[in-house]
Design a protein around this ligand. Structure first.
Ligand code: TEU
Length: 542
């Protein structure tokens, strides 16, 4: 049987920001259940949930204190089971996020490690080391946290522990069999509750080279960490040994029928990324290359060709991503003036966004049609189907992303793409909850303009565009090939064929271009006999 995920579109739910059923200002599991019709009506194949586990929220839930329970502020396991049942009743799959690189500092294992002496089995579940310097006052290596500052923090007895992210997220020691056994059990726990698959956080970093002495990184000019692409022997990224973890997990997930699916979060160059999807490892990895591509026909063609070729090498098809809970919303990125350093933007270092939202929205609509036309599967982040822009002006005191504090207030971090969704045109929280309790991140005053209610009533809205595209995609989604139409492909125009009779055109320029004959299946803009600039269309040609 063909694996369901090969051409699936999954909708990412960031639970704290989706819908708030109990009216405490934070989204919850019951809120997700209450809004599943919106997801089903979109026409996607399932949802994946960012972490909803017990957590002190030092990193919005990516700091897990109990991997087998729901955070009480988000509900209960019974709520979770009801949500899964409601999703399955609508033919929606459910994938959950698993965070195996680190735990919360409030996880019982880490508490026990702190209470135990250096060299103890409790400490060996994590990466504790003595410091450098005469009195051990310097971190064991120069490794940096992804959120800024050193990747090591010191504990009361003078030892240091490793955290590639926030200090509240101590890294686990994957050389220890107890860690491996724990995660096998966690996979079985959620699989047994009926989840269809797992998104694996920081999938390429679990295994570290812990041989003594630990090695310093050669820091790239202006960069935060050594360029992994240039280093086949990086001390903690993309170690060859990490692949064995996923071979092991595949055996665990095959105990279930159907085998539970996996998608790894792997920020690596394509040729290294796809190694995680060899037939005996993960099913999919996120392909973030669109996030980094300029709005340019050649750039997109390059990304598409290399992604297809990389995936084909290991017998699979790519995934496509234009946004998630870690990056600036596509509408804002695409509205940036040409030449803006997107990388700096994506890292949040790009200063205050000054994006042209009108232009960005036209391009994001076209990019959605490009993304959903491609062979393979796609991941749509909540709010993309509404064309939500990045919220650039969240007041400093409301920011929660640890990057804000850790960067010494130079990097606002990722809260701008995590603002609670607008469901209704009016009302104090735009329908995020019923009682109007202030959402955990403030919503902009004009948020109602982007609401589901407003867009459902407007046939020209981004919401209707996604619905139409997802419905029309059924014509060709099972086809795993794409054929460039080189009689049309030139300059700013991208043209390729899908399935038996669909021609996809994307105009990345600003001038209108001639439109070939054909029945318009879906268009990102009004056509009027031509394909306007920053627009895309799917045509059916007899
Ligand atoms: O992100 C991992 C990751 O690669 C980060 O470096 C990412 O680029 C981050 O946004 C940098 O600030 C995953 C999750 O998606 C993210 O939300 C978590 O904060 C992180 O892991 C730690 O669990």
């Amino acid at each position: 049987m063909r694996q369901w995920w090969r051409d699936a579109v999954l909708y990412q739910v960031y639970p704290r920001s989706f819908a708030d059923a109990d009216g405490d200002g934070t989204g919850d599991i019951a809120g997700i259940t209450s809004r599943l019709d919106h997801v089903a009506d979109l026409g996607v194949d399932g949802i994946w949930l960012s972490p909803f586990y017990t957590s002190p929220w030092a990193d919005g839930g990516y700091d897990v204190a109990d991997f087998r329970d729901v955070d009480p502020r988000l509900g209960t396991l019974a709520d979770f089971d009801a949500m899964v049942a409601a999703a399955h009743a609508r033919d929606l799959r459910v994938m959950v996020d698993i965070v195996p690189n680190h735990t919360s500092h409030e996880h019982p294992w880490f508490r026990a490690a702190l209470a135990a002496p250096p060299g103890s089995p409790e400490r060996d579940l994590y990466v504790f080391r003595d410091g450098r310097g005469e009195h051990g006052e310097l971190p064991p290596t120069n490794w940096l946290s992804a959120f800024g500052g050193p990747a090591w923090s010191r504990v009361a007895d003078g030892q240091w522990y490793l955290h590639l992210f926030a200090p509240e997220q101590p890294d686990l020691n994957w050389d220890d069999e107890r860690v491996r056994e724990e995660f096998r059990d966690i996979l079985r726990f959620w699989s047994g509750r009926g989840v269809d698959g797992f998104r694996i956080d920081v999938a390429s970093a679990l295994v570290k080279d812990l041989r003594e002495p630990l090695r310093d990184l050669v820091l790239v000019e202006g960069g935060r960490v050594e360029d992994v692409g240039a280093n086949p022997d990086h001390p903690f990224l993309d170690r060859p040994e990490v692949h064995e973890v996923y071979r092991d997990w595949r055996r665990v997930l095959a105990e279930f029928d159907p085998p539970r699916a996996t998608v790894g979060e792997v920020w690596l160059p394509g040729e290294r990324r796809v190694l995680y999807t060899r037939p005996d490892e993960l099913d999919q990895v996120f392909n973030f290359d669109f996030l980094r591509a300029e709005w340019d026909a050649d750039a997109y063609r390059g990304v598409i060709d290399s992604s297809l070729a990389d995936a084909a090498r290991v017998g699979t098809v790519p995934t496509w991503v234009i946004g998630n809970h870690d990056v600036v919303r596509p509408v804002s990125v695409l509205g940036l003036p040409r030449g803006t350093d997107q990388e700096a933007w994506l890292l949040g270092d790009g200063g205050d966004p000054k994006a042209d939202l009108e232009l960005g929205t036209r391009r994001a609509r076209a990019l959605a049609l490009l993304e959903l036309a491609l062979p393979g599967s796609a991941y749509v982040y909540q709010g993309e189907e509404l064309g939500l822009p990045e919220v650039a002006d969240i007041p400093a005191e409301a920011l929660e992303d640890p990057r804000w504090e850790r960067s010494g207030h130079t990097d606002k971090g990722r809260d701008g793409c995590r603002v609670p969704l607008p469901w209704t045109v009016a009302g104090p929280s735009f329908g995020f909850n019923a009682n109007g309790a202030a959402p955990w991140l403030p919503q902009p005053e004009e948020w109602g303009r982007w609401s589901v209610e407003a867009q459902a009533a407007d046939p020209g809205s981004v919401l209707h565009l996604y619905r139409r595209a997802l419905a029309q995609r059924r014509r060709f989604r099972a086809d795993e090939t794409l054929t460039w139409d080189d009689s049309l492909n030139r300059g700013p125009l991208l043209a390729f064929r899908r399935g038996a009779d669909v021609l996809v055109l994307v105009n990345t320029g600003e001038e209108s271009l001639g439109l070939p004959d054909g029945e318009v299946l879906v268009a990102s803009a009004e056509l009027d006999g031509a394909l306007p600039g920053s627009a895309a269309v799917w045509l059916r040609q007899a």
